[in-house]
Design a protein around this ligand. Sequence first.
Ligand code: NAD
Ligand code: TYD
Length: 354
Amino acid sequence: MREFNSILVTGGAGFIGSHVIRTLLKERPQANLVNLDALTYAGNLTNLRDVEANPNYTFVKGDIQDKALVTQLFETHQFDAVVHLAAESHVDRSIENPMAFLETNILGTATLLNAAKNAWMGSEGDRCFYHISTDEVYGSLGAEGLFTEETAYDPRSPYSSSKASSDHLVRAWHHTYGLPIVISNCSNNYGAYQFPEKLIPLMIRNIRDERPLPVYGEGINVRDWLWVEDHASAIDVILHRGENGKTYNIGGLNEWKNIDLVHELIRLVDAALDREVGSSLKLITFVKDRAGHDLRYAIDASRIENELGWTPSITFEQGLAATVDWYLKNSEWLDSVTSGQYQQYYETMYSNRG
Ligand code: NAD
Ligand code: TYD
């Protein structure tokens, strides 16, 4: 097992990153963390309000593509690990504006890799560049089968192809320059602080507000859902015990058809708001399908289970109930992140889907 004293976390003000920061501060009290985040629409410092006064935590606003800034941060903080989460992460946005995905996800990753290589070349001691990726790099499954670490890459959206490119770059820096790396590819996350452009928080918000629930196509696409805090704990385990150069798939064997998940959310939100359970079913609106919509994702997580002993800590039933409860109790957060610019995005996105 490795220990690190100075960790650069990128994208820590986003959904998963904020949970990773909380987990690392709790599990690794010896480590200093620097959170480098550009605070795009998806990054929000209120996600980290509970840790901002922690003496082991520093926030730096900046872009991972800014070579001078990244180099200076390596010099100042002498990082021995990088946990790289910063990315453009939403498939629908990648269809509208692919270039931002190529810039952050590909060029930004390359900038970080170069800075780590330059800082660590010839130095002694444990180092780790940990790249957080997605199961979407493997493409789309039919009714059967699971993605393993050996599944050939077949990304099909601008988002997933930009993430696949970044995975390849990380492996190239390992094989070519000997950079110590690990990669993980995780299934869909859910939980607190997820930006409500993604399925689960978007549906909770719209059920709450009695607005239409836009289900793409026939709602038959399948996603494999993992509680975000379990993803954060898997990241902590892989960072400290993962094998140099290796890839780990992370998932919870928890597949849901979109329409079934929307029904479940309606049940939970109606009950929590003391409405007649099922009264929000009338809000379901089938809209034009996403272009190139991947049918099914499902992860075989046996490597991380067998080799590192990680398994999810809670069931989907528990996680989803806690998630609905969190969004309803944190209406202020939900409303503040969806004001202004997001309203415009929502109107544009969904007015095209009639
Ligand atoms: P998110 O969109 O909620 O957060 C991304 C964060 O990165 C934001 O804080 C944003 O401000 C920051 N960022 C964006 N561009 C930046 C740049 N150029 N420089 C610095 N910071 C920048 O994303 P998320 O859902 O938390 O995902 C985090 C990572 O996990 C991504 O790499 C994503 O591909 C991967 N992932 C996500 C999921 C999921 O279900 N959400 C599943 C598997 C893997
Ligand atoms: P999303 O949360 O965007 O994650 P991803 O596309 O990365 O899996 O979407 C999850 C699924 O829900 C996906 O099949 C698309 C579908 N979806 C809808 O049906 N309606 C919506 O409004 C959104 C945002 C997603």
